[in-house]
Ligand binder design. Structure first.
Ligand code: GAP
Length: 530
């Protein structure tokens, strides 16, 4: 694949606008910073990506259930999650240009008044960094008052924790199991930039996968299996602790990206250092993609301990623990010294968490004792592994990776630059384009429409009869349609019986053409897009 030479992101954005993938939101009013709309092809691409995620993460598994929660929720959720107090970026104001910038990006941002200079170099006096909460606020009901304040969710994850017990009780799942959700999230980012990469309204695809704490695994299985040194750890086992589950989900997610056209070589695994980890996280792996503006996060896979459910238990007063009959049965059979050792470890973990949350020492010790006593009754709060992906970032990564330019002959055989989006057929917005060779031959048009109608119930197909065939191919190359089907005089049997009822199948990437029998078309195309 040849690399586009200059300003690759500008070329991509221009193609996306010209062909109806991505438009600036509210463009006729001058746009609104950090908001983007998806045009007809972008909407299809997004639907395909979300559908493939849902298929992979929910429908093809026995141990994951889906959820679709509201965007506005009780504000208590965001107090419990820590978003009200800590979901903030440090920002700096420039007193001259009145711009507001993220403190950690100030050396990279052009000054709005003197774009040749970076904000950090421009002469304007700056304020000291101040915390700026990223949640969008609104009011529920007709009265605008502090009591009625609510937030647009900054992540889909918290609804999953808040509905954990309802899903557990209605889905016939038991730990380990996951709850998945796709939906909008909103963050009032200080400096939205890099096209759709950092937006203020975006979509997430999140899985919260609940697992037994390691003490419970040990009580039930005798020991916790050791993590693998590299690669996929294989089929989950009852003796898996959080480290193996975490490795498993990192590998499952890399596999998912491979299946939609982003092979492992296009991704980088970044293991956050202890200093970078959120206080509740035991490990976080970011999957990075090489965007034209730099290598940046596509998805984070975090081992979040039992922090989230514990917080909701404390703030809501409702128990978030589960009853595990296998634990109860196993505990009774454990020798006293094993019970004591596991009890102590669980107690220490719970006490540490409570102390970190500001609970007074005595109270923390009492609560942790109650929690650890629960083990003997088969009770505990599950831990969680969270693969959290952004739909819009993935769309941008797919487009950037697919974008390529090569040389192809035009109608007269002269080489010209061809723009191609080499999407994997699974995500391509249009799977096949159907062309009659000539639009003024009713028999060709009728056969082409019949082929379109044959395929249409199974996939997104596009019928086009306008212009020379070579131009029609180019139009499809540019939007990433993997296959073009041309109905010609051979199809009608006018050039002998051998090629009757066949069409020309033209491959986007190799530009090679072959004849394929119409009755074989559907199964051929389905094999490529599933
Ligand atoms: N529940 C965990 C969570 O929300 P995050 O790293 O803040 O973690 C997860 O977000 C993913 O959501 C990111 O990896 C990214 O793909 C996407 N995302 C986050 N902020 C975004 C933004 N402003 N614009 C577009 N996508 C964003």
């Amino acid at each position: 694949m040849s690399e586009p030479k200059e300003n690759p992101l500008e070329k991509i954005a221009s193609l996306c606008k010209r062909r109806g993938f991505i438009f600036q939101s509210s463009e006729i009013y001058g746009g609104i910073n950090g908001f983007w709309d998806y045009g007809p092809l972008g909407a299809e691409l997004k639907r395909n990506v979300k559908e493939l995620w849902w298929q992979t993460m929910v429908l093809q598994r026995d141990d994951v259930a889906g959820l679709e929660a509201t965007i506005i929720m009780h504000p208590g959720i965001w107090r419990a999650s820590g978003h009200v107090d800590t979901f903030a970026d440090a920002m700096i104001d420039c007193k001259t240009c009145k711009g507001r910038f993220r403190a950690d990006q100030i050396s990279e941002i052009p000054c709005p008044q003197k774009p040749s200079k970076k904000v950090s170099e421009c002469a304007g006096e700056k304020t000291a960094p101040r915390a700026f909460n990223l949640m969008f606020k609104t009011c529920v009901g007709p009265v605008e008052s502090e009591e009625n304040v609510a937030y647009l969710r900054p992540e889909t994850a918290q609804a999953i924790f808040a509905q954990f017990k309802n899903v557990l009780e209605t889905s016939r799942q038991k730990v380990p199991f996951g709850i998945a959700q796709i939906g909008k999230a909103f963050r009032n980012e200080i400096t939205p930039r890099n096209y759709t990469f950092r937006s203020r309204e975006f979509e997430q695809m999140e899985l919260e996968f609940f697992i037994r704490p390691d003490e419970v695994v040990e009580a039930v299985s005798g020991s916790v299996a050791a993590p693998v040194s590299k690669g996929h750890p294989g089929r989950p086992g009852a003796d898996w602790g959080w480290q193996l589950w975490h490795q498993y989900w990192v590998e499952e997610r890399i596999r998912f990206y491979g299946n939609i056209g982003l092979p492992r070589a296009t991704l980088e695994e970044y293991w956050q250092s202890d200093q970078e980890l959120a206080h509740y996280a035991r490990a976080t792996v970011d999957l990075l993609f090489k965007f034209p503006f730099g290598t940046q996060e596509l998805e984070g896979i975090a081992a979040r301990s039992d922090f989230d459910l514990s917080q909701h238990q404390r703030f809501s007063g409702k128990t978030m623990g589960v009853f595990d009959d296998e634990l109860k049965a196993a505990w009774e059979k454990l020798p006293k010294e094993r019970q004591d050792a596991l009890w102590r470890r669980y107690y220490e973990h719970r006490k540490k968490y409570l102390a970190r949350m500001g609970v007074a020492e005595e109270q923390a010790a009492r609560t942790a004792t109650d929690d650890a006593n629960g083990l003997a009754r088969g009770q505990y709060i599950p831990h969680v592994i969270e693969p959290s992906a952004g739909v819009d970032r993935l769309i941008l990564a797919l487009i950037c990776h697919a974008y390529s330019e090569d040389q192809a002959p035009d109608e007269k055989g002269k080489l010209e630059t061809r723009t191609v989006l080499r999407f994997h057929p699974r995500v391509a917005p249009i799977k096949a384009a159907v062309f009659p060779l000539l639009k003024n031959k009713p028999e060709l048009v009728a056969r082409a429409l019949a082929v379109r109608d044959l395929l249409r119930p199974h996939m997104n197909v596009f019928y086009d009869e306008a212009g020379a065939i070579g131009r029609r191919y180019r139009r499809q190359d540019e939007i990433g349609t993997p296959f073009c089907l041309t109905i010609d005089f051979e199809t009608l049997g006018e050039k002998g019986e051998a090629l009757k009822d066949t069409v020309t199948l033209r491959d986007r990437d190799t530009m090679s053409q072959e004849r394929i029998k119409i009755p074989e078309l559907l199964s051929f195309l389905l094999s490529k897009i599933h």
